[in-house]
Design a binder for this molecule. Structure first.
Ligand code: CAA
Length: 277
């Protein structure tokens, strides 16, 4: 597959990691965020991660990889992108507005993808011009280390675009999970949201640390369940829980709301279920 011009919209926890992965495999990447601070933080995180990879002997030339990532704060700068991946917050209106703008800026042949974890692809497709070229490319956090990516077909996604999505994911040496049924939570989160909900219910009887020990030492999860909620972001998970509940999927966790309202967004702010400072 030829190297692509990729644009990642949103430089947050997922966006910066997705941009990094595409750059690691030789693709030119635009990283867009409308907030300069977020863009700067995203670039800093990419540099940190590239240096970690270098330290471990996985890459040699961090500068070359970093130089392939072009930060932009004006969407019109991504006009020649062949693949656009949206990674903004889990908010239908926000994502829809991104798709409306992007559809007008890039070529009609460009593939437009969303990294949503909770919103149906077919619902988001309503804001994309020519929705046959729209699909889900759902990465997991941290994108640079996690092997799986869900490739999700919406009702209007063309079969060829779906196959191309799978090829693109293979080209960055990830393992694609083809998801042909556009259901809430796709595949992974239909399991994960249930685990989160069960763990939250257990908080009436057991502590965060006790439940996380069980997850790590008995179930052999790489992280505790609450540790993972902090790691992926309390804000992200709270927004996801609201979106999926609206669509009939039970992801209920009272304490997520409490932490969200206090601004305890997890690892990225230093406080969530755990103190990360
Ligand atoms: N880039 C480069 N290096 C990184 C990194 C990154 N982004 N993140 C961590 N590392 C480094 C660490 O700093 C560490 O380096 P040192 O050895 O120098 O300390 C090294 O990788 C290993 O990390 P850990 O010691 O923490 O050990 P680990 O082997 O457990 O790996 C992990 C880390 C891959 C994150 C692992 O803990 C894990 O798999 N956790 C679960 C993650 C998961 O389930 N993600 C999906 C969540 S759901 C989601 O994303 C989306 C959604 O839909 C809600």
């Amino acid at each position: 597959m030829h190297k692509l011009k990729v644009a990642v919209i949103g430089a947050g926890v997922m966006g910066h990691g997705i941009a990094e992965v595409f750059s690691l495999y030789g693709n030119e990447v635009y990283l867009y965020d409308k907030y300069p601070d977020a863009l700067e933080k995203g670039l800093k995180n990419i540099l940190w991660s590239l240096n970690k990879l270098k330290e471990k002997g996985k890459i040699t030339d961090t500068e070359r990889v970093f130089s392939r990532i072009k930060p932009v704060n004006d969407l019109s700068q991504i006009s020649d992108a062949e693949l656009v991946i949206e990674a903004v917050s889990e908010n239908l209106d926000l994502k829809s507005s991104v798709f409306k703008q992007v559809s007008k800026i890039v070529s009609k042949d460009s593939i437009i993808a969303t990294n949503t974890s909770s919103l149906p692809i077919s619902e988001l497709a309503q804001s994309v011009e020519n929705p046959h070229r729209f699909l889900g490319l759902h990465f997991f956090n941290p994108p640079v280390l996690m092997k799986l990516v869900e490739v999700v077909k919406g009702v209007k996604t063309d079969d060829l675009i779906f196959s191309k999505g799978i090829e693109i994911i293979k080209s960055i040496e990830k393992v694609p999970i083809p998801v042909r049924k556009d259901v809430i939570g796709f595949v992974v989160n239909r399991i994960l949201f249930r685990i989160f909900t069960s763990a939250c219910k257990l908080l009436k009887e057991y502590s965060v640390e006790e439940i996380d020990s069980l997850a790590k030492y008995i179930l052999e999860f790489p992280m505790g369940i609450f540790e993972l909620l902090d790691y992926t972001g309390i804000d992200t998970n709270y927004l996801i829980s609201n979106e999926v509940r609206k669509r009939g999927f039970d992801f209920t966790c009272e304490i997520l709301k409490e932490l969200y309202e206090k601004g305890y967004y997890g690892a990225k702010v230093g406080k969530g279920f755990y103190d990360w400072s």
